[in-house]
Each structure stands twice: as structure tokens, then as C-alpha cells.
Design a protein around this ligand. Structure first.
Ligand code: GAL
Length: 676
């Protein structure tokens, strides 16, 4: 079996599960919550729905190790045999996200401690300190036993380590974590003078004379050193990554050839630097849940799918979890309406997912998640959800040719977890600055312009894109600044939003006028930030309306494209353009929305000859995947009426030819294969 996909520089060699051959379909399966008689019905219904991959055992620690060192795998043997006989492949979980009660009872100090000093109780899940040696030893033991037992089981095609590391709890402030943090700092800085310098500890008399004086940045009388907090965020991501690596290495050693993943929660989980994590998994998998109350939640879905593909270095990825309808943990758990689950699923496929999996197969009767939707609802097979699940299985089987094809993007947005962490610490110039807000504002406008977006690391290769958008890059390393400069110098084009390029990796303000890291590239200086009062608006000479933020901008090579008409910066430049080398640098110094962002983006497109596709109606999503012989255009109609899009080929879901155009019904999806 050789399932290795081509290697991407900087990323680990990737492997795709050896089965199923087409798009994987299924979900989390928790048979341990049901009497064994139910299993046969489960498997029969899975076959009816076209399910070909299920995730098993993710939270089953107490069922495979009911007491320390006593293992009960007989039920899991029977289950895997049953699934294998039905040709359903298994993504086998290590159960380490749910330490059992015997373990927590014996090692109570393993429970995580919050920043406020509260010890988190048991009775839930994810109750472990990432730096605990007792937890590490127990996780290692149970993973070793599982790997030994199932390394050669023919059903097992993928390992699923733990579950959503960092969500909901990432940081731990117990004494063991504080000691591990000190070790991490020692490795990073080597000597204390370097740490004192990086953290700026002469401020408020924080200077450290000995490593043992350093604590985790727990809640204090006032704001804690921001560089210390930033390092603690880095440490937390690394500490959790060590947990993942420990289990992965056992699985690689004892079960060679079976790829290993852990399910990410990109875009929502702030605790992990997924650029780093993605290089450590054999295949990227992601969980996505709609922010159901948002009217534009399909745009947010597209953004998360693009981000997932981007951290996967463009390779196919698994949608490990999403929901058939409502979740159970939002304030108002809005049910999906007919056709919405299908649109959601195929939107992930359009953006590179080669697996559509759900949490969960069968709706539970007990426990905290009993009101969460499932492939098989409480109401059984007589339900609309079940019928849509069966239909989706048929659709995915028709989309088999898409497996392994790639999405090509038109433009890029810079995304960085360190910039997110740093921007959202306390005592920034305005509480209204948040990281995702600006990213989503620009992404939303690019989506409405029908452009496909890749996300890039600020120090990553930008050469493939005619345009790179840089929202909220408050923390910009010297290497990132040099990268952006070289890209524009060589003919690229950037659109930079306010409050970017302000501090370095230690949260230290660059010397001189703002934005220190990007001043020369943008050809301007910001003399002062002018945050706006709540609800205050400013008008610009081109009709743009801004809120939240304005700046006192002085031109130093750039020209003003729009000036402030009113507000604290009245008369000064608001949107600027700078020719830098062979490229263009645009700067937007206020928070503009929707149509107003369209103006600056249109200018930027024109500067590099980028033509957003014409003739696609609003609210119709068109994304292309390309393989060696054919390309596949996925068209998703979010409108309340039918929409026609120009494309020639064969429609895969209906089997009808499209000689020049395809009409997609309201709320429908079409996928057109065109030969290359
Ligand atoms: C995910 C988690 C699943 C399940 C799901 C419910 O975050 O990984 O185990 O709890 O949420 O939406």
C-alpha cells in the first residue's frame, strides 16, 4: 500500500487512510453507550446510508481500562470485527481525552487549574493537566495496549489521538504546569538576562534573579506582563503538542503504516498554533460547527474550510466532525433546515475535504450531549434527517472522482496564532479590536467577490498569489516584515489593515513611528492611534464609513486614496497606496465594512490585473478542484431562487450534461466535471 501524497516543503510527509477509496462518510460512533443488540442494527443502517468510515473509542477509556492495568478489549474486538465484516473502516481513538474516575480519584492533583486558581472538577471530560507526569504515564500505557492489540486489525485505517486538544481547556496554572513553564523558558532563552530583556522586566520592578522566581501568569492584582502571557500561550500549545506526539510516536512504532491524526478545531480554538501542529499529523482533520445564529454562517464555514486546507499545505483533509442539524451547546441551538446539511457538507468538499464525518452516528439517550443531532436521530429512520443522511451518502459516492484533487486559490490572507494571542491581551488601545473580526471582514468581501482564499503564515511563501491581505497583524516578526517587503518588491500586492506591524515577537513596540515593521513598505507613519467612542462613526472622502478606529497618518511616500472628512483625524489620509518596488501596498486605517471594503479591494485587484469572476449571482459559491485529467466545479446556491452559472461538462450528482451552463435550484448544489 502506498498512500503517500507528494511531500510539501516544511510539512511532514502525508498519508491518507488506505480505505475507503472514495470520499469518506460517517461519524463518531459510540456503541459503548448502547446494548450490544443495537450494534447489528447500527451496522445495517450504516450500510444503508453508505457509511464507510467511523470513529470509535474516542472517550471509552473506562470501558477499555476499567481499573488501572486491567484491560477489557473483548467488546472492542467484537465491534471492530463486526464493522470490518460490513466493510466499514475504523478511525480508532485513543481514549485519553476522558480520564476515567479511578484515575482522577487516585491522582486528584492532575485536574487542571484555571488562571483564577480554581481546580476544575471531574464528571466531565478533558480533565487533565497537560504537564502531568501521572497523566502522561497513564495515557502512554493505554495507548500502548491499544496499539499492540489493533495494529494489524484490518478494519483500522486511521488513528485518532485524544480529542480536540486545547478545547475547551488549554491552559493549566497548577504548580506542575508552572514548573514545566520554567523548563520551557529555560530552553527558549537559555539565560535569565535574555528573558529579562525579552519580557522588559525593568517595568514595574519585575526583574528575575533566579528561574525559580518565575510563575505562570495567573490572575494578579493588575495586568500581568504581556510578554510573559504570550510565552505562556506558546508554552501551552507546545505542552499539548508534546502530549499528542507522545501518543503518535507509540502508534507509529507499534502500528507502522497506519496514519495518525488528531481532530483540530481551527478558527475557534485559540490555544493551539495549528501551523505548527499541522506538520506533526499524518493527515489534517478538523471539526466545524456552525455559529448557527449568524445569518452568514455559510461564509464562516467556507473560511474555516479554507483555513483547514491551508494548514494542510493544500492537501486533502478530513472533516472529522460537523452536525446533521442542531448542536446542544450553543445558547439557542438552531436546527438546520432541509438541504442545509447537504450544502454544508458539500461546501467542505468543495474546499478540499475528502471526508464528511459527523458528530455523531446515533443520538444518545443519556449524558450531556443527548440533545445533539446525529445521523440517526432519536426519531429513527422515519425522519427527514435520516432521509437526508441516506441521500448525502449517494451524493458522496457520485463525487468519488474528486478524491485527491486540489483546490487552487486566487488570493491569500495572512493568519497567525501569535498575532491573535498578542492582539487580544489586556490594555490595548481599544477593547473593540479583536483578531477574527478583521479577518472575517476581509474574507467575507473576497467571498462575495467569488474569489477563493488560501491562508498563509506571515513568514510563509507568498509567491503564488497576486494579492495578499494582511488584517490585524499586530504582532509582526522581523522575518514576516521582510517576507512581505520582498513579496511586494517583487511585484506582489498587499492590503494591510490598521494596527498591524506594531510589535515584535516579544510584544515590544518597534522603535520610531508606527507601524514600525511595515512603515517603509506602506510609505507612511502613524503618529497617533485615535480609537473611536462606542457607536462613533467617521466618514471618508470616497464615501466609506468607518467605526472603532482612526489614525493620525502622515504620508512618507504613499499617496492618499481617501481622506477623513470628519472625526478626530479629519483632513488626514485614511486609505493610502504606495508603490514599493514592482508592487503595491494599500493601507486602510479605519474599520470599514462590506461594500466599503469592496472599494479598496477593487483598486487592489486592478493594480495586479486580478479579475474577480463575472456572471456569478450574489450568494452563489463557486469553487474549483483540479485533478490530472479533469476539473470539478462545485456550485452552491445559497439563494432563495434558482441560479445559472456558465460551465461546460458533466454534472456528477444528476448525471446530466451541461453544455455551457448549469442551473442550480434554490438551496441546491451542483458539481460539474470538465475535462482539462
Ligand atoms: C466537539 C467534540 C465532540 C462533541 C461535539 C459536539 O467539539 O469533539 O466530541 O462533543 O463537539 O458538538
Amino acid at each position: 500500500m502506498d498512500t503517500t501524497l507528494d511531500a510539501v516543503p516544511g510539512a511532514a510527509p502525508a498519508q491518507w487512510p488506505r480505505r475507503p477509496a472514495g470520499i469518506a462518510y460517517g461519524g463518531d460512533y459510540n456503541p459503548e453507550q448502547w446494548p450490544e443488540e443495537v450494534w447489528a442494527e447500527d451496522v445495517a443502517l450504516m450500510r444503508e446510508a453508505g457509511v464507510n468510515l467511523v470513529s470509535v473509542g474516542i472517550f471509552a477509556w473506562a470501558m477499555v481500562e476499567p481499573e488501572e492495568g486491567r484491560y477489557t478489549f473483548d467488546w472492542l474486538d467484537r465491534l471492530l470485527d463486526l464493522l470490518h465484516a460490513a466493510e466499514i473502516a475504523v478511525d480508532l481513538g485513543t481514549p485519553t481525552a476522558a480520564p476515567p474516575s479511578w484515575f482522577l480519584h487516585r491522582h486528584p492533583h492532575v485536574r487542571p487549574v484555571t488562571r483564577d486558581g480554581q481546580v476544575l472538577g471531574s464528571g466531565g471530560r478533558q480533565s487533565f493537566c497537560p504537564s502531568s507526569p501521572e497523566y502522561a504515564a497513564a495515557a502512554e500505557r493505554v495507548t500502548t495496549q491499544l496499539a499492540r492489540r489493533y495494529a494489524t486489525h484490518p478494519a483500522v485505517v486511521l488513528w485518532h489521538v485524544n480529542n480536540e486538544y486545547g478545547a475547551p481547556v488549554g491552559e493549566c496554572y497548577c504548580a506542575v504546569s508552572a514548573a514545566a513553564f520554567r523548563d520551557w523558558l529555560r530552553a527558549r532563552y537559555r539565560d535569565l538576562d535574555a528573558l529579562n530583556e525579552a519580557w522588559g522586566t525593568t517595568f514595574w520592578s519585575q526583574r528575575y534573579g533566579d528561574w525559580s522566581e518565575i510563575d505562570a501568569p495567573r490572575t494578579a492584582a493588575t495586568v500581568v506582563n504581556p510578554a510573559q502571557r504570550l510565552d505562556f500561550a506558546r508554552f501551552t500549545s507546545d505542552a499539548l503538542l508534546d502530549n499528542y506526539r507522545r501518543e503518535r510516536d507509540i502508534l507509529h512504532r507499534l502500528a507502522p503504516g497506519i496514519p495518525v491524526t488528531t481532530n483540530f478545531q481551527l478558527a475557534n480554538c485559540k490555544a493551539l498554533d495549528y501551523w505548527r501542529w499541522a506538520t506533526e499529523v499524518d493527515v489534517v482533520s478538523n471539526d466545524h460547527y456552525l455559529q448557527a445564529e449568524r445569518a452568514d454562517n455559510h461564509v464562516e464555514l467556507a473560511m474555516c474550510a479554507d483555513l483547514t486546507r491551508s494548514v494542510a499545505a493544500g492537501r486533502p483533509w478530513l472533516l472529522m466532525e460537523h452536525s446533521t442539524s442542531a448542536v446542544n451547546w450553543q445558547a439557542r441551538n438552531i436546527a438546520k433546515r432541509p438541504g442545509e446539511m447537504r450544502r454544508n457538507s458539500l461546501a467542505h468538499v468543495a474546499r478540499g475535504a475528502d471526508a464528511v464525518l459527523f458528530f455523531q452516528w446515533r443520538a444518545g439517550r443519556r449524558g450531556a450531549e443527548k440533545f445533539h443531532s446525529a445521523m440517526l436521530p432519536h426519531g429513527g429512520t422515519g425522519t427527514r434527517i435520516w432521509r437526508e443522511v441516506v441521500d448525502l451518502g449517494l451524493d458522496l459516492s457520485a463525487l468519488r472522482p474528486l478524491r485527491g484533487t486540489r483546490v487552487s486559490a486566487d488570493v491569500a490572507i495572512v493568519w497567525d496564532w501569535a498575532a491573535w494571542w498578542a492582539l487580544e491581551l489586556e490594555w490595548r488601545p481599544s477593547v473593540d479590536l479583536t483578531y477574527r473580526e478583521r479577518i472575517e471582514a476581509y474574507y467575507g468581501q473576497l467571498w462575495r467577490d467569488h474569489l477563493t482564499v488560501d491562508f498563509v503564515h506571515p513568514e510563509g511563501d507568498l509567491g503564488a498569489y497576486p494579492l495578499v491581505v494582511v488584517p490585524s497583524l499586530y504582532l509582526t516578526t522581523p522575518a514576516a516584515a521582510a517576507n512581505l517587503r520582498a513579496y511586494v518588491d517583487g511585484g506582489g500586492s498587499v492590503v494591510v489593515s490598521y494596527f498591524s506591524g506594531i510589535v515584535d515577537a516579544d510584544d515590544a513596540v518597534y522603535p520610531g513611528a508606527y507601524p514600525g515593521a511595515l512603515r517603509d513598505l506602506l510609505g507612511l507613519e502613524v503618529e497617533e492611534f485615535l480609537p473611536l467612542r462606542e457607536g462613533e462613526r467617521v466618514r471618508l472622502s470616497d464615501g466609506t464609513v468607518g467605526d472603532v478606529w482612526a489614525e493620525d497618518v502622515r504620508l512618507a511616500g504613499a499617496t492618499a486614496v481617501a481622506t477623513y472628512v470628519d472625526g478626530p483625524a479629519a483632513g488626514g489620509p485614511a486609505i493610502t497606496h504606495h508603490r514599493f518596488g514592482a508592487g503595491h501596498a494599500w493601507y486602510v486605517s479605519t474599520r470599514a465594512h462590506g461594500e466599503d471594503l469592496r472599494g479598496v479591494l477593487r483598486n487592489a485587484y486592478a493594480g495586479v490585473g486580478l479579475m474577480p469572476p463575472a456572471g456569478i449571482p450574489d450568494d452563489v459559491e463557486v469553487v474549483r478542484r483540479t485533478g490530472p485529467d479533469a476539473s470539478y466545479t462545485v456550485i452552491i446556491n445559497h439563494r432563495a431562487d434558482a441560479a445559472t452559472v456558465a460551465v461546460t461538462g458533466m454534472e456528477l450528482l444528476t448525471g446530466e450534461p451541461c453544455p455551457g451552463s448549469v442551473t442550480v435550484p434554490a438551496g441546491g448544489v451542483r458539481v460539474v466535471a470538465s475535462s482539462r
